[in-house]
Design a protein around this ligand. Sequence first.
Ligand code: ZN
Length: 297
Amino acid sequence: MTVVESQATPVLTVGATLGEGPVWDEREQELLFVDIVGERVHRFRPATGEHSWFGTDGPTGAVVLTENGGLLLALHDRFVYSGRSGENQVVVEGFQADGAVVRFNDGKVDPWGRFLVGTMDREKARPNGTLYMLSADHSVVSLVEKVSISNGLAWTADRTTLYYIDTPTRRVDAFDVDPDIGTLSARRPVVEIRDGSPDGMTIDDEGCLWVAIWDGGRVDRYAPSGQILEVLRVPEGGHVSSATFGGPGMSTLFVTTARAGLSEDELAHAPHAGDLFAYEAPVTGPTGNRFPGSPTS
Ligand code: ZN
């Protein structure tokens, strides 16, 4: 079978140190993403080109949308509610990761409204990370332990399966999901990445995975069988960190990139490193899920 070759184009110049975690807000027709190391949350309206950002007090690994229209941040080692421009921040009491050892990284809301977010070792080498699950009642459960760099998360449309990336494994693994309590079982590899390190990912409406390859300058599309179907190049974009579907028809794949880890010479050859890219995909993707909790829940 022929592998489709395609190319993304830059749509927003931000030069993020570590652009990550794009989230499409279908109500506002707005894309949010974080610059983890740059300690910022970005907002972008593709229809008008409007762009704004707010700074965070430390690295924000992930931002997700809440039911009531606000944001929930995984800020360094804690959960923080925030307004859309960073106002009215409220820390979720009762949970704190060991911020001296790890920091929050990639996260998403699952189909039942629980916030799954992982941590990664600050030295990037040791298996000190954990995949956590925050529920609307603010209880926190550890789902996967001994993770090195917790990254991409995606659920099948029938909600039975979670796809998950711990970057140094160079794999996408699948888990069975218990819908009631969220626990994971039957871990098995579904994709082995031959050339590069997988970072963030998303799923399309055909059940295929779009996996950002950090050191590959590309996003790979894989069938659930593990077969590669398409290679989306992200030219001059530096490190490629994550992707999500959005836009008015949910067929635009937005891709985040990063300048982190590139030498001066590599940066000279990657003038769009850290910028936001987009690609009109041949498929659509699902709208994301929202967190039903609030500071008073
Ligand atoms: Zn990532």
